[in-house]
Design a protein around this ligand. Sequence first.
Ligand SMILES: [Zn+2]
Length: 308
Amino acid sequence: MKNLVKWIYRRGIPVSLLLAGLVGMCAAQKLAITMDDLPLNGMLPPGVTRADTAKNVLAILKKRHAPPVYGFINAKKLEGNADGAEALKSWAAQEPVGNHSYAHMDLELNPAEAFEREIEENEPTLEVLAAKDDWRWFRYPFLHEGDTVEKRRVVRAYLKARGYRVAQVTLDWEDYLWNTAYARCVAKNDAKAIEWLRSSYLNTASEFLDLGREQAKLIYGHDINHVLLMHLGAYSSAILPEVLDLLKKKGFNLVTLEEAESDVAFEGDPDVGLHDAGTFLDQWMQVKGIKYPEHAEKPYKEVEGVCQ
Ligand SMILES: [Zn+2]
């Protein structure tokens, strides 16, 4: 430290510049990681269990000292599935759990009353699993918050009355696309395809992290705290260390969901009926009629076609 001070002094670097640098370092953007579709999203390669998948991801989160990561569960996936139940038990022993509806119901295809029943049906499992009384966070399946404004308002009011907060999403590169593709490529032992999955995944992640931050600036005039959506599946443990490296490289500082959503940006509600509108930021872009900055699209066709 002393040497550093001497070095700075000798070079005559202005104090204001140093302070600006320090502020920049401290102002790393806050981001909460969340995982959906527990105990499992997509397919698994032969011989791999849900329990192993969860345990491998948990070990990485622990090793990297990640703050608590909410896992959003669909309890229906546990019925008659001992492997799924074990996966979920391991998750809840280390990380918090939240409500993702009992059977991943699509609010656009169902009335609000049926959707509310789905939320309640998921609660007994959450009550048993959660170590603390901290499971009243709701993540909308497919991020569908209602195709009519009436439906949207009814469900939002219901969630609020029941003590829930909405677990919003601001960053999403549809990582689930790679889960089943990876399971297929591992089953085929196709090393070249697996390497392509890795590069396409990381390129897409990088592109959409940048896009999300651009969107925030267009909507709010500045960047905000972020909530990242991921899905627990076959590819999660293989790619997670590199995702964590990427987030660090991009200047994100991992925080809890609660801390991320303490940003006033999350107090807003687009309050309109929307069809398949995407993230919280995508919804605002639509409502405010903001044009998207240029960006590469996700390689849907290629990922769906690989190792078929
Ligand atoms: Zn989901």
